[in-house]
Every structure is written in structure tokens, then in C-alpha cells.
Design a protein around this ligand. Sequence first.
Ligand code: HEC
Length: 214
Amino acid sequence: MDRAIFRCATARNNAAPTRRWRSALCWLAVPALLLAGCSKKSEQPSKKATLHEVMKDEVDPRGDDVWAVGNKHMTEDAGLNGGSMTDADWKQLAGAATNLQQAALELAGLPDPIVVVKPGTKIAFEDADWGDSAKSVQHNVDQDPQGVRDLANALAQHMADLAAAANKHDAATAGQLINDLDGICESCHVKYWYPSQRGLINSIKKNSGVDPST
Ligand code: HEC
């Protein structure tokens, strides 16, 4: 913007008769640019990323990338088989962990107030009888937005630890961190997405000893 104004001022100073139309155009162009700048600003809120977008487009697929390596090299007791991991596999795992870490940091850094979805967007299972609505998720987020950021930061830290373990080719630590990843996702889901199912999860846990949320 400053540069446009500067260029116009120079043109006016040089205003030879044949060039006069140019400076007139400048005066027209500058307010148009100013207006463009203003309208851009006022559009920003609707362009803001939502929690749903970061979740669906970044966190979920990047989580899959981490699990893809873990699943390919799983030992019988669900650990990570260091023996079958090549240098390329370790690199891939470290990269996937770092990518997910970035997505988690994006989630943690969503601007205030955290918006769950753009108007008219539906979240997964919203139309199912038992599904929770975007509206109820928004309500849960509004109750404790800092908790969303804290859990997202916990995921980011978990992925930083995984990337470090992968860089050291430490299969025992990396395997444990991959196994615990599900539980980190679920800790946030059960609080903000489907807290209605917490009771169900607890009763299954009590009756069978199995935690279905991890
Ligand atoms: C800090 C909180 C938080 C963490 C951590 C988190 N999620 Fe989510 N996730 C949510 C919330 C809230 C919803 C419900 C809103 C929605 O569906 O977009 C959700 C929804 C989803 C959905 C459904 C998206 C849709 O189409 O509606 C998927 C898939 C998902 N999460 C995957 C993951 C995976 C995989 C991880 C871990 C690697 C994870 N999430 C970690 C908060 C979190």
C-alpha cells in the first residue's frame, strides 16, 4: 500500500502535460486499493480456520501416517519391530510425527474464540441418532477453550517425543508412544466431541476391564 502511494506521488511530481491522466488515475486507484484492503480485513473472520477443518484435513490424515509405519512394523505384542525398520522407515516415522506435531500446534493456536465449524457444516455422525452435533461440540469448547489448547499441546509434545525416539532409532520408546497415541486423541474426543458417551465407556470399562476409548 505504501509503495502504491509512493509511486503515485512520484508520478504527480513529474506531471508533464501528457502524463497528467496518469496521476488522475492514481487518485482513483489509491482509494480503490484502500477499499480493497478494508474489505479484505472484514472478510477475515469467515476465512478463519475452524477446529473441524484442522482435525479433518490435518490431524486425522497425519495420525494415519504415523500409524501406517507402526502397523507395518508391529511386533506380536503390539510393539515396534526395530529389526524390520530401515533407515527410510525411521525417517518416514520421524517426518510423520513432526507433521502431526505441526497440526497439533495449529489446533492449539486456533484464534480466540475457537470456532468448531463454519455455518452449515456438519461433523462426523452428526445425523446419526447417537451422534453429537457441531452445536454441542461448540458448547463444550466454549465451556473450557483452554482445555482444548492444553490437550492439543499434549499431542504436540507426544509427537515431538516420537520424532526424537525415531531419530534415535529407539524402537521400545517409539512403539510405546505410537500405542499411546490413540489414548491422546480420545482424551480430547471424550471431553469435547462425545462426552455423552463417557458414561457408556466407563460402564464397559467396569464390566469388561477393557477401555473402548483407547
Ligand atoms: C485437542 C482436542 C483434540 C485432539 C487432541 C484430537 N481431536 Fe479429533 N476431534 C476433536 C473434536 C472437538 C472433534 C469434533 C468436531 C469435529 O468432528 O470436527 C474431533 C473430531 C475428529 C474426527 C471427526 C472429524 C469429522 O469429520 O467431523 C476425526 C476423524 C478425528 N477427530 C481424529 C483425530 C485423531 C486421529 C486424533 C489424534 C491423532 C485427534 N482427532 C485428536 C478434538 C480433538
